[in-house]
Design a binder for this molecule. Structure first.
Ligand SMILES: NC(=O)c1ccc[n+]([C@@H]2O[C@H](COP(=O)([O-])OP(=O)(O)OC[C@H]3O[C@@H](n4cnc5c(N)ncnc54)[C@H](OP(=O)(O)O)[C@@H]3O)[C@@H](O)[C@H]2O)c1
Length: 302
């Protein structure tokens, strides 16, 4: 099938992931036609992506698929590159062939974390770990293949109801342990997955009237992991969720991980604010919305 879709039709690879579920939910709310794929269509497999694209009509691709296990990337970098670098390149290529808008999600981990001011879209990159290297390669290959209809949206510290995340992990640990130690010397901007999903859909539907290229999206305000965990703990207690533990701030040196984490992960979001005509809301508002949802279900996932 090679006909071109006229009404917006969005293809969402990675639709079962934490972010992908929210993108699909917003498309559904908006009444935008969409086709959802996940693991069954390996985005790193060029022939499979070509075959899928030949069989489906789409005007937009919003790529939420990725290899996101940051520590595992250190020992599985070729697999991570297959998904995080080849995958977006394949999607961008078929989108361009069909004149579709292509939106791809990337990460604050493309930066070296040594900054002191919020990172702007054109600041020099320099990933500190294998995940960041594969995501940066994905950005570059995606933009080269997508041309004037390609949009990369970098985000940071994602949390939401649709998958494992730091906040859910903290609540699980605080349910079962008297003391939970959390890193207090890494700073970033937490991002509520439904807020990012809304921005991605709005950007995709506004394109190509907004300039193509790289954008940053994160909720407003910068905190350490310890501060985020503390806020989540207080909101959970206020909502009657079962919390027995207290939090202790520690240093990164006291919590070694296979992959190095950036010390400073604060993204500047002025560019997407100008493009969408609205600023991301404070991270604490997104966190409260998430805790409200958890309090309703009483079943935080981690
Ligand atoms: N989570 C964060 O804190 C964070 C921060 C910054 C940026 N990001 C970026 O945000 C985006 C969404 O992240 P997320 O947290 O929603 O990730 P996620 O929950 O891990 O979702 C990714 C989805 O992609 C699927 N997938 C993996 N390999 C695939 C392949 N070869 N082909 C097709 N689908 C595949 C995954 O399936 P499986 O579950 O079976 O692997 C999963 O359903 C990613 O680009 C990520 O790099 C995330």
């Amino acid at each position: 099938m090679t006909a071109t879709a006229t009404a917006p039709t969005a293809w969402v690879p990675g639709a079962r992931g934490m972010l992908g579920q929210e993108v699909v939910a917003i498309l559904r709310e908006r009444g935008v036609a969409h086709v959802a794929t996940d693991r069954e269509l390996d985005i790193g497999d060029a022939a499979a992506v070509d075959a899928f694209a030949a069989d489906h009509l789409f005007t937009h691709v919003i790529n939420c698929a990725a290899y996101t296990a940051v520590d595992a990337c250190e020992t599985h970098e070729p697999l991570a590159a297959h998904i995080n670098a080849l995958g977006p390149a394949n999607l961008a290529r078929v989108a361009r062939e069909r004149g579709a808008i292509a939106v791809h999600v990337s990460t604050d981990y493309v930066f070296d974390g040594q900054g002191a001011a919020p990172y702007r879209e054109d600041d020099p990159t320099g990933p500190e770990n294998a995940y960041g290297r594969t995501k940066l390669a994905g950005e570059e290959r995606f933009l080269a293949a997508a041309g004037e209809r390609g949009y990369v949206v970098r985000t940071s510290w994602l949390f939401g109801p649709g998958g494992p995340n730091f906040v859910a992990t903290m609540l699980r640990l605080l349910r079962a342990n008297p003391e939970v130690r959390v890193v207090h010397d890494q700073t970033g901007r937490p991002t509520y997955a439904p807020d990012l999903a809304l921005a991605l859909v709005d950007l995709a539907l506004a394109a190509p009237a907004v300039a193509s290229g790289v954008y940053h999206f994160a909720n407003a305000g910068a905190v350490t992991w310890f501060e985020l965990a503390s806020a989540a703990r207080e909101l959970a207690i206020a909502r009657g969720l079962p919390i027995v533990g207290a939090l202790t701030p520690i240093t990164t040196a006291e919590y070694p991980t296979p992959a190095r984490r950036p010390r400073w992960s604060v993204l500047a979001t002025d560019k997407i604010t100008a493009a969408l005509g609205r600023a991301p809301r404070p991270w604490a508002d997104g966190l409260a919305a998430y805790l409200d949802a958890l309090a309703t279900t009483q079943a935080p996932r981690d």
